[in-house]
Design a protein around this ligand. Structure first.
Ligand code: FAD
Length: 229
């Protein structure tokens, strides 16, 4: 059975799409059947961004037969690191520049069936210094797809601050924690990693985890001691 999967990169609006055509029957290993199911969503950040490269390569490794990155600007403006781009090409990802997804198509049952893609051209540089992509009037086409993965960026989940009165957050929604103990404004609640730092790295998250573990231990010893006395 042939499956077609798309991953859509957003930066508030749709900017890039990875279109993957997978073959469930030929896909090796576990988890590939998931590529054949509908409405699977997974985050990656922006248009042809490093995270888009990760997503494209991961999709291939999960058994997609074909992965296309559709990017609204040209190769030159692409924010992904050059080596990541080259690795993605080496691994078999196809890149299609100056194309922009404008609509996700679906059927009555709620299944994704494809995408409408707008052909683009480059205009004058915008505020970012990169040449602005402009639609070429009347030049759109449809790409069949069974699954669209929308990547909307790394934003803190507001659930915990909303459920925990008194938990202080910064203007981005990240949790404010003491730099040394990782304790938050709520006594006995500790936080670390991306939720405190913003989108950062594994090593920084692990470092904060270690700090928090030590502080949690000390906190527990203190409170247990107090309870005993
Ligand atoms: C595509 C991509 C590629 C990356 N590549 C790299 C890289 O090459 N090198 C690098 O160093 N970093 C990389 N990063 C960044 C790195 O993944 C993060 O910095 C790191 O994972 C942060 O760890 P964390 O434990 O703080 O958060 P996370 O790894 O995000 O873990 C948070 C966990 O909390 C869970 N959670 C959220 N809300 C709730 C809730 N209400 N209740 C219960 N659980 C909840 C989530 O499901 C998740 O499992 C990458 C990130 C992405 C998205």
């Amino acid at each position: 059975m042939r499956n077609r999967i798309s991953v859509v990169g957003h930066e508030n609006v749709q900017r890039s799409i990875l279109k993957m055509v997978g073959d469930k029957d030929k896909a090796p290993g576990n988890g590939h059947a998931d590529l054949g199911r509908r409405h699977q969503k997974a985050p990656f950040r922006s248009n042809a961004h490093p995270i888009a490269m990760d997503s494209a390569r991961t999709a291939l490794r999960l058994g997609a037969l074909k992965v296309m990155v559709i990017y609204r600007r040209s190769e030159e403006e692409m924010p992904a690191r050059k080596e990541e781009y080259h690795h993605a090409v080496q691994e078999g990802v196809e890149f299609h520049f100056l194309q922009n997804p404008v609509e996700i198509l679906g059927n009555r049952e709620g299944w994704v069936t494809g995408l409408t893609v707008q052909k683009m051209q480059l205009g004058e540089p915008d505020a970012s210094g990169r040449r602005r992509p402009l639609p070429i009037a009347g030049q759109t086409y449809n790409v069949p797809a069974d699954i669209v993965v929308v990547a909307i960026g790394n934003n803190p989940n507001p659930l915990i601050p909303a459920a925990l009165p008194g938990l202080q957050t910064n203007k981005h929604g990240g949790i404010i924690a003491d730099e040394e103990t990782m304790e938050t404004s709520v006594p006995g609640v500790f936080a670390g990693g991306d939720i405190v730092l913003g989108a950062a790295t594994v090593i920084l998250a692990m470092g904060q985890g270690r700090k928090a573990a030590r502080a949690i231990h000390a906190w527990l010893m203190r409170t247990t001691e107090t309870a005993r006395n």
